[in-house]
Write a protein that binds this ligand. Structure first.
Ligand code: FMN
Length: 418
C-alpha cells in the first residue's frame, strides 16, 4: 500500500515534563488500580463483523491488536447487548457463544501487548434504521427519527428486559476477557434517549424530571456494577450532542445532577467519558441550547474532582473561567475521558489543562500506533472517510505504523524531529 505523509503533520515531540506523558490511575486506591496512558482509542463502529452471527472476525483481532499499546485503553466498537438491541447486521454483539469466543480472541490479542480493552454496551432504541429483519424499534417514547421506523413506546416489561440484558452482556464481556464495560449513554442511542426530554416524553417513573429520565441509566449501571464492580465501569455521555436529534435546551439542568448522582452513588466509579461540544459528524448543526449557555464539560470535571462550583451564578459562568484540574485521587478516583476533536497538535495543551485521558477516534483509524506517534512527535496520517464503514481489510488492517511508513522510500527525505 502507498503511505502518504502530509507535510503539515510535522510536529515536535511533547515537552519532557508534559502531563501528556504521565500515566493516570484508573480505579485509584482499589484492587483494580491500573496505570493508563493519556491517549485512548475511541469506540469506533466499523461494520466488519460476520453477517448473520455478528461475531468479530480474525480481521478484527488483527485490527485491535495493531492498535493496542502498553498501558493503553481501547474502548471497543459499540456492541449490542442483546438481539433486541441491534439493527445492523455487521455490527457486533455480546449475547451468543460465538460472539463471546470471537471477542476472547480480540481481548487476548490486546492483552498480549499489555493494553486494556473495555466493551461499549449498546442498544439502538429509535436509532434502529430497520436494516435487520425481526428487530423491533422500541424507544422511551414513540418519537421517530427521519427515515427511521416510528418506535413503539417501551412498556415497563420491555425496560426490565433491557436492564437484564445489560447485566447478561456484562457477564458475557467478563467471560470474553474484557477489562471493564463502558455504558454507551451518548450520541442519541437508547440510554441517551431516556436521559433527554427531547426523546423522552414518558409520564411514568422513567420520564419527567432528571431523576425520572435517569432511572433507566442507573438501573443499567447497577446491573453492570454487579458484574464488574464500580471501579471497572465507565459511562459515555454527550451532553452537547445534537446527533440523531438529541440536545436539551439546557443540558446542564440534566447532566449536572446526573453526574453528581453518579459520583455520589458510586464513589469508586471508574470513569465518565464525555464527548466534547464540537461537531464530529459533519452534519450541519440545527439545534442550539438556550441563549447564554456556554457549552463546556468543565463544570462536570469540577463535580468529578470534588470542586464546589456553587458560588458561581451558573455552570456557564464557571466554564468561562477556563479552569484547570488535578489528577484523580483515592478520594475522588473517577477518571475523566474526553473525546472529539483531539489531534496530535492540540492534545498536549488540552491534557495539560484538564488532566483527562484524551480519547481519539478518526486518527486512530489511520494510525494504529497513534499513542507512540503522539508521544514521540512522529507525523500522523490523515484518515480516509471512504473506508470507515466499507467491508474488508482496506482502511482497516492495512494502515502502517510509523516504523513501517518511514521504511517506505518516498518518506525517506521527510525531516522528523525525534
Ligand atoms: C467511523 C466512526 C464510528 C464511530 N463509532 C462509534 C461508536 O461505536 N460508539 C461511540 O460512542 N462513538 C462512535 N463514534 C464517535 C467516536 O467515538 C468519536 O467520539 C468521534 O469520532 C470524535 O472523535 P475524533 O474527533 O477523535 O474522531 C464513531 C465515529 C466514527 C468516525
Amino acid at each position: 500500500m502507498v503511505a502518504t505523509v502530509d507535510a503539515v503533520n510535522q510536529r515536535s515531540s511533547p515537552r519532557p515534563d508534559s502531563r501528556l506523558l504521565k500515566t493516570v490511575k484508573l480505579g485509584a486506591g482499589s484492587q483494580y488500580e491500573k496505570e493508563i496512558h493519556r491517549i485512548a482509542m475511541a469506540p469506533l463502529t466499523r461494520f466488519r463483523n460476520t453477517p448473520g452471527t455478528q461475531a468479530p472476525t480474525d480481521l478484527s483481532v488483527t485490527y485491535y491488536q495493531q492498535r493496542a499499546s502498553p498501558k493503553g485503553l481501547i474502548v471497543n466498537e459499540a456492541t449490542f447487548v442483546s438481539a433486541e438491541a441491534g439493527g445492523y447486521p455487521t455490527a457486533p454483539g455480546i449475547h451468543s457463544e460465538e460472539q463471546i469466543a470471537g471477542w476472547k480472541k480480540v481481548t487476548d490479542a490486546v492483552h498480549s501487548k499489555n493494553g486494556y480493552i473495555y466493551l461499549q454496551a449498546w442498544a439502538l432504541g429509535r436509532a434502529n434504521a430497520g436494516q435487520q429483519e425481526g428487530v423491533e424499534t422500541v424507544a422511551p417514547s414513540a418519537i421517530g427519527l427521519k427515515d427511521h421506523p416510528v418506535p413503539r413506546e417501551m412498556t415497563t416489561e420491555d425496560i426490565d428486559n433491557f436492564v437484564k440484558a445489560y447485566g447478561v452482556a456484562a457477564a458475557n464481556a467478563k467471560k470474553a476477557g474484557f477489562d471493564g464495560v463502558e455504558l454507551h449513554g451518548a450520541n442519541g442511542y437508547l440510554v441517551n434517549q431516556f436521559l433527554e426530554s427531547v426523546s423522552n416524553k414518558r409520564t411514568d417513573a422513567y420520564g419527567g424530571d432528571w431523576q425520572g429520565r435517569s432511572k433507566f441509566l442507573f438501573r443499567v449501571l447497577d446491573e453492570l456494577i454487579n458484574v464488574f464492580g464500580q471501579e471497572r465501569i465507565g459511562v459515555r455521555l454527550s451532553p452537547w450532542g445534537r446527533f440523531q436529534d438529541q440536545l436539551e435546551e439546557d443540558p446542564y439542568a440534566t447532566y449536572i445532577p446526573v453526574v453528581q448522582e453518579i459520583v455520589k452513588r458510586y464513589p469508586k466509579f471508574g470513569y465518565i467519558h464525555f464527548v466534547e461540544p464540537r461537531n464530529w459528524t459533519g452534519i450541519p448543526e440545527t439545534r442550539f441550547p438556550k441563549e447564554g449557555i456556554v457549552e463546556s464539560n468543565d463544570p462536570f470535571r469540577a463535580i468529578i474532582r470534588g470542586i464546589d462550583i456553587s458560588s458561581y451564578s451558573s455552570p456557564s459562568d464557571y466554564a468561562k473561567t477556563n479552569p484547570s484540574f488535578e489528577d484523580p485521587t483515592p478520594e475522588h478516583p473517577t477518571v475523566v475521558i474526553s473525546a472529539a476533536g483531539h489531534d496530535a497538535d492540540n492534545v498536549e495543551e488540552f491534557v495539560e489543562r484538564t488532566g483527562d485521558i484524551a480519547c481519539i477516534g478518526r486518527y486512530y483509524i489511520s494510525n494504529p500506533d497513534l499513542p507512540e506517534r503522539i508521544f514521540k512527535g512522529y507525523p500522523v496520517r490523515k484518515y480516509d472517510r471512504s473506508t470507515f464503514y466499507s467491508p474488508g481489510p482496506v482502511g482497516y488492517i492495512d494502515q502502517p505504523t510509523w516504523e513501517e511508513e518511514s521504511r517506505a522510500k518516498h518518506v525517506e527525505n521527510v525531516a522528523v524531529q525525534p
